[in-house]
Ligand binder design. Structure first.
Ligand SMILES: Nc1ncnc2c1ncn2[C@@H]1O[C@H](COP(=O)(O)OP(=O)(O)OP(=O)(O)O)[C@@H](O)[C@H]1O
Ligand SMILES: [Mg+2]
Length: 1091
């Protein structure tokens, strides 16, 4: 067992054995000697297994410093000297780590140190649990609930200066991290009789003294109180105002601070103090006897100032309060009758009111604290319950309260026995572990005596309370004596077996409790069990203006008609104790067994007899024996294997076989000696705690290795998770992106499609519209046409009858008539059919254009008509004229003169000439004479003119000697390639003759130059003849300078006007070397117009 240096010096140098299981020999003496030894060395805690036995040192010990708390923090229970811290730590860790709700049951007789132990537990829990603003507030509130509750619920008794006069069970609630988050306090039956009266040497509840001693004068004045304790009947009666171990002044400050921390408002505090003040004042009310006229007793209040003060504090009128205390309403045959109370009844009513006021105020206080410390979050909580209930009590006079308190202690002992002695031994047998039964006293028989339904003392008490008729405490005792006479734990003077017992007096009964015999005085049992307050008192209180009264006396509500009798105090307590037991059994129990070393409340005083007595009734020796014979630790195989599986290769990380086999392997691997453990049917039993601690230590060490492994796995997992997360995220992102993109594309496509669709639809619609429009137009057109047509038809039909169209018609008629007249006039005045007739009748101006056109048309018509009258010969002559026109019009001077003159052709009348006839017979091909006239042939060499007859037949051009009729030249007409004339009025004509290769023929001398009277006719006819034969016209040169080929030389013919001589032909030719000048006489110019 490790002992610690420094701060734990007080725990060093272990004295005796710290665990009584290790005692040798195991005897009561050795046990007590060990306790004494340790006590003497201030080692007040000793284990029996995991049960802590605590001996009250009655002095301050340095066992509760922060450094010691630190030492015990997260350490195994046997590692350090025994301490409440160790068991609390075990419970706390088990709750936090294994999620097992815990309860710490503190038992022991009054003054053994239960309340102090509970404070130590809370101090440790507050210290080791987490820190934080909210958590600290909760912790402070939980811690501060102690002084507040102690002030109101504790009192000095002859056993204990700070005796708890109520039972307290506090559930501290933790979150999953093990941080306190709130709590619930359950209070059990307050010893309220103390409010009215206390035993000699005892005090009322601390708060009365604290208020009077600690409050400011101003506060007291406002409460109409004085500092003097002896001013108050309910405080001075016991005659023990001051307690040496207590400083009421300081404690008052502590209470005030506590209430502030818990969250009491100043109004609430004032309300509480007003109630305290009113109780003090009510206690001072005294009654004086009054004999009524009807012979009944009545009473009057003799101390009206106390009454007034009490009424003022409660917020009611003095008169009402006075009436409530001196009268009561009774129902007589259905009628409510006021009946005066006697002095005793008045005092009874007064005390009952004080007690009710105080006990209800106390319950309100607990509820108010609970309201502040309750858990607000809905999350799952782990619970650690601390039970600090009033300890077993034996006074000189024991009443109903002691009966109830001791009954409660019996029940707690029952739990202890059940769980540590009975169940444990039964478990060994059940698990098949070899076991020698250890005898112990089972107090269930006493519990049954008290609580058994129908026959138990509580049931009989209730029965007597409810029984109609004259039931008194003595009739109850009689009933009890009758019912329990044979019970070994019941004694009474009336019973035969106790008749000689001088310690028993009449009106009492004795119960042989597990912790000793207690004689109870039945006086007041019925009354206290009934716990009834006169209804008129409740109603009076309900009507008070004090803010708490309506909540404290709900039954005083006049509208509350229920006349159902409330449950008796005894049965209420039984129910709440049963519930408490159920609650405790549902949690993992931890025990602190408090032992009181002496009855003197003195330090360093070890009364062995007193301790022996307690050791016996607490069953500690049986506990030691069971623990020693048994095994320190047991656990279900599966759980054990689960916790330590990492300590053996085969069981880590998973064991596939049966858990028991796995455990076996585990223990073998760990080298645990075989006598150190035993295998039960379902559980493993380990004898020595050290074995378990060794395992725990190895586990702890192994945990580091595992932690590293877990860390690496975790890191890997984390990275993998991160990777997977990133991958997932990436997939999600890309999916989202793709989705988004797809959506975008889809939207785009959709909108494009829509656009296309729109266009297509639009196009279709437009086409349709066009079609429809067209159809409409067509219909409209048809309608219009039809309309017009109809209109037209109608107009046509009816128009002639319209006056308005007569004008145009008439004017048109006139126009037509004028035209007609114009045409008829024209017809009458038409000029002659001669094409050369220039006459044309005049016409009105409006027909000028028509007249001009008609003139042209008429002229054309008359020309055509004229032409049609021509014979073939005339047509040919006309052709010749046309040819002449084409060739010479506007080209040759003198042409115009020739136009009207007909082309005679044969000017020499050759056909009548016999010489010609003769000659012609020689030239039959020249029979058809086209032209014949006498011409001047210009000699090529000298230019002299020789008269010759030129005959042009349809084949040849023949030059004949005029007189001899001898042919000089006979030139085929086709040999004439060209003809040249001047533009002047000379009569020169040049026949250009085609040259032959051999130079033969008539043309070898060159071109012929003639002077001919009918030049124009000759050329025109020659052209037509040549065209007839060659189908082409010969060349016609009309130029002022002509060329002629004479033999081999070319001669230029130039013309000059100015011939003065009268020469045949009217020309004079002067032959020069290369030229031939021709002088001619220009006659008067003639107009060339006409055709
Ligand atoms: N561990 C302790 N150290 C010092 N003094 C102690 C210790 N335990 C108890 N005492 C002293 O003993 C007195 C009585 O203790 P406590 O009030 O806890 O008894 P109790 O078991 O609660 O009694 P009751 O049943 O009457 O309430 C305390 O006021 C205190 O003076
Ligand atoms: Mg106590």
């Amino acid at each position: 067992m490790a002992l610690h240096q420094g701060s734990l010096a007080i725990l060093e140098n272990n004295v005796g054995v710290s665990d009584a299981v290790l005692l040798d020999p195991v005897s009561e003496d050795a046990f007590i000697e060990n306790l004494k030894l340790r006590y003497q060395h201030n080692q007040i805690y000793t284990y029996i297994g995991t049960v802590v036995v605590s001996v009250n040192p009655y002095k301050t010990t340095p066992l509760y410093t922060p450094s010691i708390i630190e030492e015990y923090r997260s350490r195994n229970i046997y590692e350090l000297p025994p301490h409440i811290y160790a068991i609390t730590d075990e419970a706390y860790r088990s709750m936090r780590d294994r999620h097992l709700d815990q309860c710490i049951i503190i038992s022991g007789e009054s003054g053994a140190g239960k309340t102090e132990a509970s404070k130590v537990i809370m101090q440790y829990v507050a210290e080791v649990s987490g820190k934080g603003e909210n958590i600290d507030t909760v912790k402070e509130q939980l811690l501060q609930s102690n002084p507040v509750l102690e002030a109101f619920g504790n009192a000095k008794t002859n056993k204990n200066d700070n005796s708890s006069r109520f039972g307290k069970y506090m559930d501290i609630e933790f979150d999953f991290k093990g941080d306190p988050i709130g709590g619930v306090i359950t209070n059990y039956l307050l010893e309220k009789s103390r409010v009215a009266v206390q035993m000699a040497g005892e005090r009322n509840f601390h708060i009365f003294y604290q208020l009077l001693q600690g409050a400011k004068l101003s506060t007291l004045e406002s409460l109409k109180l004085t500092r003097e304790i002896n001013d108050y009947n309910i405080l001075k009666s016991s005659g023990s105002g001051d307690v040496a171990t207590m400083n009421d002044q300081e404690n008052f400050d502590t209470v005030m601070h506590g209430m502030e921390v818990i969250g009491f408002t100043s109004d609430e505090v004032t309300s509480l103090f007003q109630l305290i003040g009113s109780i003090l004042k009510l206690g001072n009310i005294e009654f004086s006897h009054r004999s009524n006229d009807d012979g009944t007793d009545g009473c009057d209040l003799s101390n009206t100032s106390a009454l007034d003060d009490a009424a003022a504090l409660l917020g009611c009128s003095s008169a009402n309060l006075s009436l409530a205390l001196t009268q009561r309403s009774v129902e007589v045959r259905g009628e409510k009758v006021k009946r005066d109370l006697s002095v005793n009844d008045g005092m009874y009513a007064r005390d009952a009111l004080c007690k009710a006021l105080y006990s209800r105020m106390f319950s309100w206080l607990v509820a108010r604290i609970n309201d502040s410390i309750k858990v607000t979050s809905g999350s799952r909580t782990e619970v650690m319950g601390v039970l600090d209930i009033y300890g077993f009590e034996v006074f000189e006079q024991n009443s109903f309260e002691q009966f109830i308190i001791n009954y409660c202690n019996e029940k707690l002992q029952q739990i202890f026995i059940e769980l540590t002695l009975k169940e444990e031994q039964e478990e060994y047998i059940k698990e098949g572990i070899e076991w020698i039964h250890i005898e112990y006293f089972n107090n269930s028989v006493i519990c049954d005596l008290i609580e058994k339904s129908n026959v138990g003392i509580l049931a009989l008490l209730d029965e007597e309370c409810l029984r109609p008729g004259n039931a008194t405490d003595l009739t109850f005792l009689e009933k009890l004596n009758q019912a329990c006479q044979n019970h070994p734990h019941y004694e009474s003077k009336a019973l035969k077996k106790c008749q000689n017992d001088k310690t028993l007096s009449h009106g009492t009964f004795r119960l042989k409790h597990y912790a000793g015999n207690v004689t109870y005085k039945v006086d007041g049992f019925l009354d206290k069990n009934n716990d009834l307050l006169f209804r008129h008192l409740s109603q009076a209180m309900y009507q008070c203006k004090h803010c708490l009264m309506k909540g404290l006396f709900p039954e005083g509500n006049p509208s509350e008609k229920s006349l159902k009798r409330p449950a008796t105090a005894g049965s209420q307590f039984k129910i709440s104790v049963t519930e408490l037991m159920k609650n405790l059994l549902s949690k993992n129990p931890n025990y602190i067994r408090c032992v009181k070393p002496n009855n003197l409340k003195a330090a360093d005083n070890f009364d062995e007899n007193l301790v022996r007595f307690q050791v016996r009734y607490l069953g500690l020796m049986e506990n030691v024996r069971v623990k020693r014979a048994g095994y320190a630790f047991r656990q279900v195989y599966f759980q054990f294997l689960y916790r330590y599986k990492m300590l053996a290769g085969p069981t880590w990380p998973r064991w596939g076989g049966k858990p028991q086999e796995g455990v076996k392997i585990l223990l073998e691997v760990q080298g645990v000696p075989q006598d150190e453990y035993a295998f039960g049917k379902t559980k493993l039993f380990i004898r020595n705690p050290k074995t378990l601690f060794d395992m725990e230590e190895k586990r702890r060490q192994h945990m580091h290795v595992l932690a590293t492994k877990i860390q690496s796995v975790y890191k890997g997992w984390k990275q993998k998770t991160l990777y997977l997360l990133m991958r997932r995220s990436q997939i999600i992102i890309s999916a989202r992106f793709r989705g988004y993109w797809g959506q975008k594309v889809y939207k785009k496509t959709k909108s494009a499609t829509l656009v296309l669709q729109c266009f297509a639809r639009g196009w279709k619609a437009r086409a349709l519209l066009r079609k429809l429009k067209r159809e409409k137009l067509e219909i409209e057109s048809a309608n219009v046409i039809r309309k017009h047509y109809l209109g037209w038809r109608v107009r046509k039909e009816y128009q002639p009858r319209f006056r308005r169209i007569a004008g145009p018609k008439i004017s048109r008629f006139f126009v037509i008539a004028l035209r007609k007249k114009f045409l008829l006039d024209l017809k009458a005045k038409l000029p002659s059919l001669s094409p050369i007739d220039p006459e044309w009748p005049a016409c009105p101006r409006r027909f000028q254009a028509a007249s001009d056109q008609l003139k042209v048309m008429y002229h054309a018509w008359r020309c055509r008509k004229y032409r049609r009258k021509f014979s073939e010969a005339e047509k040919y002559k006309m052709k010749e004229k046309l040819m002449a026109s084409e060739l010479f019009k506007d080209k040759k001077e003198g042409y115009a003169k020739t136009v009207p003159m007909p082309f005679k052709g044969d000017y020499q009348n050759l056909l009548a000439n016999p010489k010609w006839k003769k000659l012609q017979s020689q030239m039959p091909q020249d029979s058809h004479i086209v032209f014949a006239d006498v011409v001047q042939k210009i000699h090529r060499a000298n230019g002299k003119a020789v008269e010759q007859l030129l005959v042009m037949s349809s084949q040849n051009l023949v030059l004949v000697e005029h007189h001899s009729m001898m042919v000089k030249y006979r030139i085929p007409i086709t040999d004439i390639s060209a003809m040249s004339v001047s533009p002047h009025p000379d009569k020169i004509i040049v026949f250009h003759v085609q040259k032959h290769e051999n130079g033969d023929g008539s043309c070898k001398k060159g071109d012929f130059v003639f002077v001919c009277e009918h030049t124009i006719e000759l050329v025109s006819k020659a052209c037509l003849v040549i065209k007839n034969i060659k189908d082409t016209l010969p060349e016609i040169h009309i130029a002022p300078l002509l060329k002629a080929q004479f033999g081999k030389s070319e001669v230029q013919l130039s013309f000059k006007n100015g011939l003065t001589e009268n020469l045949p032909g009217g020309v004079k030719v002067v032959r020069k070397k290369h030229t031939m000048d021709i002088l001619y006489n220009s006659p008067t110019q003639q107009s060339s117009s006409g055709s």
